[in-house]
Design a protein around this ligand. Sequence first.
Ligand code: FMN
Length: 381
Amino acid sequence: MKTPALFSPLSLRDVTLPNRIVVSPMCMYSARDGVADDFHLAHYGKFAIGGAGLVFVEATGVTAQGRITNGCLGLWNDEQAQALAPIAALIKQQGSVAGIQLGHGGRKASTQRAFDGSGPLGDADIARGEKRWQVIGPSPIAFAPGWLTPREMTRADMDDVRDAFVRAAGRAVAAGFQLVELHMAHGYLLQSFLTPLANQRRDGYGGALENRMRFPLEVAEAVRRSLPDGMPLFARISAVDWVEGGWQMPDSIVLARALQRIGVDVVDCSSGGNLAQGATNSNLARGPAFQAPFAREIRSAVGIKTQAVGLIRDAALAEKLLAEGSADLIALGRQMLYDPFWVLHARRELAPLDDFADWPAPYGWWLEKWARGLAGAGERV
Ligand SMILES: Cc1cc2nc3c(=O)[nH]c(=O)nc-3n(C[C@H](O)[C@H](O)[C@H](O)COP(=O)(O)O)c2cc1C
């Protein structure tokens, strides 16, 4: 049987992903002082045991101020890097590739953990011990009424944030991660420079598209230069804001070209994050693979590799997206929370290996006998 596209390897610089399935970065809001613990090890490790080609550790703050919530991971000190090292090691030991998303929350930092409401921290949150801090952004415009108003960033602030991204990338390499993704989506700091909804600066970093892209590209360039040549760099973008007068697809094409020139290897195509109705944009009508057309358009217009994400749940759809050239990689978020062994299940659906040879050996040996028994082959189950 022909190997499905979903299970074909992909080489990016010196790193080869064993298949095309990616665990999308997902904040767990469960860290203390930005430090990972046993929960994170078990959480991320299980996706690697489950056969994902690439496991992304969630949006990890490059500064304390850049954390989205009090529970977000960070990489601004060595203790945080040391706590992440066993996670990267376990992912690699299981044959998967270890990636980490680096981000800065910008004006959407200092908020409630998602399961506490995803909004600005309220008095009840502070009473429970959550801390609130001054947030920064391109312009002093709050995300929505009741949210913190960011302090407008000076050029010195931009230097600090750019250098923090570079230092965090260095710590990610030292911790054993094989690739890095820059979070340039969802209304967080780098995307808030891109979109005119959040950036109303009158200096060289606001106004025309070229100006709005200047700081995010500067960060991408500095990180690219600091990484080993053989290490891939991804950038997650919001392909559109879904708002009239906001960021649109033609802007994403221009951005993707600039990212490609800098040496970004994969554009990860998400969307939204600047709608004031809530951090999750849950008011949008969304269907299966609703963002894949963005990945497809950027891939064909720019000739850069893309990652599709968003409501991709079944193996046949994931396979179709690859086969029709919509993307090079397929990322799954919530479906992975629902079924961490999705990859192994997808393989059985698309091209089953009867002997469970693709399963982790300590499971596969037993499952093969179990399956034969269930099929009535006379084995004891
Ligand atoms: C619990 C949770 C946390 C998330 N955290 C992040 C994050 O850290 N960085 C990011 O870029 N997207 C984040 N997202 C968005 C997902 O990566 C993904 O793009 C989105 O959930 C759509 O894919 P899905 O339909 O497969 O879940 C998060 C989503 C969920 C459900």
